[in-house]
Design a protein around this ligand. Sequence first.
Ligand SMILES: Nc1ncnc2c1ncn2[C@@H]1O[C@H](COP(=O)(O)OP(=O)(O)OP(=O)(O)O)[C@@H](O)[C@H]1O
Ligand SMILES: [Mg+2]
Length: 116
Amino acid sequence: MKELVIIIRPEKLETVKSILDDAGCGGMSISNVMGCGTQRGMTEDSVNLIKGFKTTINLLPKIRVEVVVPDKKVDGIIADLRERIPTGHVGDGKLFIRNIEDAMRLRTGERGDKAL
Ligand SMILES: Nc1ncnc2c1ncn2[C@@H]1O[C@H](COP(=O)(O)OP(=O)(O)OP(=O)(O)O)[C@@H](O)[C@H]1O
Ligand SMILES: [Mg+2]
């Protein structure tokens, strides 16, 4: 099992939901977060304008999607994200991939992939 932590632009949430639905994911968790990447929260235009000047960090609204999936689904989901999420501009987001040791559906006690 792997956990995919997908941080995206808010307007891409529907696309991510549809990718995860198509992959047959058993669930997902979504949160609103504030964040920045290498541009420290500047937009593409302002980065070009003030390149070389020291600035403070600005945080932009993003959405964080957490989903735990069986190993066999990981590559397909990643390929779909790579195909459908980028706009070609900075700030498209990031994907973190974690190993998950085990899971349990609390209602039934099912473990592993069956719990997802
Ligand atoms: N190293 C990181 N650790 C945790 N969260 C991060 C990290 N990098 C990016 N994020 C999260 O992802 C969001 C989008 O990052 P972003 O796409 O701007 O990354 P980037 O490395 O600057 O790439 P790009 O140059 O394409 O903008 C950030 O606002 C932040 O919420
Ligand atoms: Mg960035």
